[in-house]
Design a binder for this molecule. Structure first.
Ligand SMILES: Cc1ncc(COP(=O)(O)O)c(C=O)c1O
Length: 444
């Protein structure tokens, strides 16, 4: 075996990816000078676009003034100023923040907050986290245990705590009879059954994404779903954690997607857009009752990461919020999101399109062999990978995911661009997707 130095990059596995050297707004430029529309915002991160000089300046200034201070012994002004600002944007009484350095860490943080809260409340048996199939909560072991994507979980199952999963709310491929086309919330009520099966005395929390992305492109529960979840959680002293790592900070046209339901979670996890991808950042914003429990117990949170409250990350997030406010980015997403939804409907005319779903600036296109029966393509055709490759050839980066019907069969394409995208740029991207679907029609 030839010795190689460098790492385990995709090219080491025989896959050639473009080497991106520069970014400008919604575009990325590779070392051969080719331009691509970043149609997945670097997978949900670069929401304010590439090359934001204002964010880069804030990072540089903060790094020169104070790049780091250890959060277990000190605090810093940028963190003290940012926490109430994020809390102000969060719904209900979610008034306290804990900042870490990514989405998976945020989810782990929420799980441990839930556990420590229940211990303080004298409910020492409560430790189980209930989650949903099709959910994605991160790559670390606790977050992966809660995730419901078998291809990602299965290799690591021996390392994962055995927590219960219920079906996600996914109207297009609903697992419950009697729900065809119109959700009757059986999927929400399944949470109560799962809690009773696990023993309510053992269940600490329920975690779910308000809008599923990784496990089913843009699966949006109907009105009533999270209201039902809230009621069930309250009945059994179970904390509800909303994973808004992909939806938080504007993606759906509100600061947090949870605002679309008339129910407030106990915690919201955020990441990605909080720094627009400029530095690693995630966090949890949690309710007054959780905060009060720590205060009453005089208990510090048994949870220290090196990059908690990192001053540079705090400054980046503050600058991201300045830009969102000054450039009215949330209103822009609401407006362009409505435009995207209209344009997306045109794609339904393709023979290979089973369903097109949007929420704000997220779009998922489910590819099928047969529209009527929703029968997926033969996985050997690689329809989703082919779709993503055809789009890239035309200058648009989108993601194509396989296995979305039953973990083996099923394909979709996903488009979730930077939030600063204009109507004209949406037209440009949708025209490319339309052409790609025209080619995939040949497979149907
Ligand atoms: C909903 C959701 N939760 C958690 C994560 C994990 O975040 P990270 O990759 O920053 O650890 C992701 C990442 O895609 C996500 O989309």
């Amino acid at each position: 075996m030839a010795a190689t130095k460098g790492g385990l990059f995709h090219r080491d596995l025989g896959k050639e990816y473009p080497v991106i050297v520069r970014g400008e707004g919604i575009y990325m430029i590779d070392e051969e000078g080719r331009r691509y529309i970043d149609g997945i915002a670097g997978a949900g991160n670069v929401t304010l676009g590439h090359g934001q000089a204002r964010i880069a300046r804030a990072m540089g200034e903060q790094a020169q003034t104070l790049a780091y201070c250890f959060s277990a012994f000190f605090t810093n002004r940028p963190a003290l100023e940012l926490a109430p600002r994020v809390a102000e944007l969060a719904p209900g009484d979610l008034n306290s923040c804990y900042f870490v350095s990514g989405g998976s860490e945020a989810v782990e943080t929420a799980f441990k907050l839930a556990r420590q809260y229940h211990l303080q409340q004298g409910r020492s048996q409560k430790y189980k986290i209930i989650s949903r199939w099709r959910g994605y909560h991160g790559a670390t072991l606790g977050a992966m245990a809660a995730s419901g994507l078998p291809p990602q979980r299965n290799p690591f199952v021996p390392l994962l705590p055995e927590f219960p999963h219920i079906a996600a709310c996914h109207p297009y491929r609903c697992e419950f009879a009697g729900c065809e086309g119109r959700c009757n919330l059986t999927c929400a009520r399944a949470l109560e059954t799962a809690i009773l099966q696990a023993g309510p005395e053992n269940v600490a929390a329920f975690v779910a994404e308000p809008v599923v992305m990784a496990g089913a492109a843009v699966a949006v529960p109907p009105p009533g779903y999270f209201e039902e979840i809230r009621a069930i959680c309250d009945r059994y002293d179970v904390l509800w954690i909303a994973d808004e790592i992909i939806t938080g900070f504007g993606r759906t046209g509100r600061y947090f997607a949870s605002e679309y339901w008339d129910a407030v979670p106990d915690m919201i996890c955020f990441g990605k857009a909080a720094s627009s991808g400029y530095v690693p950042l995630g966090g949890v914003v949690f309710s007054d009752r959780i905060r009060q429990s720590f205060v009453d117990a005089g208990d510090s949170f048994a949870h220290v990461f090196t990059y908690v409250n990192n001053p540079v990350a705090m400054r980046v997030c503050a600058t991201v919020l300045d830009i969102i406010e000054e450039e009215k980015v949330i209103a822009h997403v609401a407006e362009t999101g409505t435009y995207l939804a209209e344009r997306a409907q045109l794609l339904n005319a393709h023979a290979c399109v089973g369903d097109v779903r949007t929420k704000g600036l997220m779009m998922g296109i489910e590819l099928v062999r047969d529209k009527e029966t929703k029968a997926p393509f033969d996985p050997a055709l690689g329809a989703s990978a082919r779709g993503a490759a055809l789009a890239l050839e035309r200058g648009l980066s989108i993601s194509g995911v396989a296995g979305v019907a039953d973990w083996v069969r099923g394909d979709d394409l996903r488009f979730y661009p930077p939030l600063i995208i204009t109507r004209e740029q949406i037209d440009e991207a949708v025209a490319i997707i339309d052409a790609v679907l025209g080619e995939l029609d040949q497979l149907a």
